[in-house]
Design a protein around this ligand. Structure first.
Ligand code: ZN
Length: 481
């Protein structure tokens, strides 16, 4: 059995997608508005339409969840696996389900970096109208199509409840980022001493572990807990630690199928090194250390733009955070890592190249750059819509962008439009409105932009993948690779 050159050319079969088993061939081809799967030979696992071309019988199968399951069953390399324990890992959340094939081309050039191709939070799922089944299915198709056999992870990102975690794991996620922010008492960070003392409930056992003690790391760095500071830290973090320990015990103890990341980054104030040490030490005492931890660093990690803040202070504090992580044996995870070029050499240096860095939104911005390049009229329409719904989007995402400084798109030439995706203010506006853009409807209920955007991304996929390759590679090289 084999596929004729004539067939390959006529149907635009992806060369790397041709996979032969003893009794059948499965491959993928570029359909009109979406890729399709072709199966030659026994096809009981796939749903599709029987077809024939010049005497060859085959089945044409759409990209459905069921057909992703069929691929996973026949080709184990397409299933997500736990990867977080590898030294270098990179989260590459693909909100559109169209970026992964581009990411794969890049990751093949860095085989020692393990990718987490699927990475979505509940917020992202709600804003894009997808479910974890869809997110993972899209990655399965891309991994099969590009024959990426090195193994990738799937992150149920920023999950806050046991129910959501179990749902993500059932869908095949191999990593969970536990978001403890609902259990962190932000207010306590700014209590005066009297309020701290009033709210604090004595805990003799806990106090005996910290008050008057000095903790020295292997590298000589030491931590002491002044009594009042200790009480404040307990007020801020104790409940979050208890929550993390409970989730660890219920779901992750002895679990070989998924890695746990603990995130304390979605808070109003940065995690001080002393606070980080306390959280780590308490997790260790409970035997509940995660594989990665995401503190909130000083300065601002806003969406889609470079670091804002005092980079020297960041470097000083990051060194301590990295040393704490090394001491306890987990990796530092950097969230909102898209475009944080000022920080990457610091991250690479002080972690000794052992890190997890998450990017997501920048992949969407590169997709919108393709629209600006290839369909200026559609870009202008989307851009104006984004500005009109900005107040709504600001409820979900904090950005400092001043939209008044963005030039009127009607006064820009077509050639000037892509440059908007290189300017901070327009980047942020397009960045945070992705959900509203993708879900916008016409009065008759049809999609206002989504279908047209997806058609552009399908037609100009190579442009998109080239943009992604260059942009994400810059992240990788500045991390020291
Ligand atoms: Zn985060």
């Amino acid at each position: 059995m084999y596929i004729t050159p004539d067939f390959k050319e006529k149907f635009q079969v992806y060369p790397l997608s041709i996979h032969e088993l003893s009794d059948r061939i499965v491959c993928m081809a570029k359909g009109k508005s979406e890729d399709v799967i072709f199966v030659f030979g026994p096809d009981s696992d796939f749903c599709g339409t029987e077809k024939s071309y010049e005497g060859t019988e085959y089945k044409e199968c759409p990209l459905t969840r069921e057909n992703a399951e069929a691929l996973k069953k026949l080709f184990p390399f397409t299933r997500p696996v736990p990867v977080l324990k590898t030294h270098k890992t990179l989260g590459l959340g693909d909100r559109l389900g169209r970026a992964t094939a581009g990411h794969i081309k890049l990751m093949k050039d860095y085989p020692y970096i393990r990718p987490v191709f699927a990475q979505q939070s509940m917020r992202e799922l709600n804003l894009t109208g997808r479910r974890y089944e869809d997110v993972i299915a899209d990655v399965v198709f891309a991994v099969f199509r590009e024959n990426y056999t090195l193994g990738y992870g799937a992150d149920g990102d920023h999950l806050k409840t046991e129910e959501d975690i179990r749902y993500a794991l059932d869908c095949g996620c191999t990593m969970i980022t536990l978001d403890c922010s609902d259990h962190i008492n932000n207010d306590a960070a700014s209590y005066d001493d009297a309020t701290v003392n009033q709210k604090y409930q004595a805990d003799a056992e806990l106090e005996s572990r910290y008050i008057g003690k000095t903790f020295t790391l292997k590298n000589g760095m030491s931590f002491t807990f002044p009594e009042n500071e200790f009480r404040r830290i307990v007020l801020i973090y104790k409940e979050a630690i208890d929550f993390a320990v409970q989730i660890y015990n219920d779901i992750f103890r002895g679990n070989q199928n998924a890695d746990l990341e603990i995130s304390i980054d979605e808070t109003l104030t940065p995690t001080t090194p002393l606070q980080h040490f306390f959280v780590a030490n308490e997790l260790k005492n409970a035997g509940a250390l995660p594989v990665t931890m995401a503190p909130r660093f000083c300065g601002e990690f806003q969406k889609g733009i470079d670091y804002i803040g005092d980079i020297h202070q960041f470097e000083k504090e990051f060194e301590v955070h990295a040393n704490i992580a090394k001491e306890f044996g987990y990796k530092i995870s950097v969230h909102s890592g898209s475009d944080k070029f000022a920080t990457f050499s610091i991250v690479g240096k002080y972690t000794d190249g052992i890190y997890h860095v998450k990017t997501a939104g920048t992949n969407w911005l590169e997709a919108m750059r393709v629209v600006a390049q290839e369909d200026p009229a559609l870009y202008r329409e989307v851009h104006k819509f984004a500005l009109s719904v900005l107040p709504e989007a600001r409820k979900y995402y904090h950005i400092s962008a001043d939209e008044k400084t963005i030039p009127d798109v009607d006064t820009l030439s077509d050639r000037e439009l892509p440059d908007l995706m290189s300017r901070d203010n327009s980047r942020q506006v397009i960045h945070i409105t992705y959900g509203l853009i993708l879900q916008a409807k016409n009065p008759d209920g049809t999609s206002r932009f989504r279908d047209r955007l997806y058609q552009v991304w399908h037609d100009y996929e190579e442009t998109y993948h080239k943009n992604l390759y260059n942009h994400i590679r810059r992240h990788i090289t500045e991390l020291g690779n």
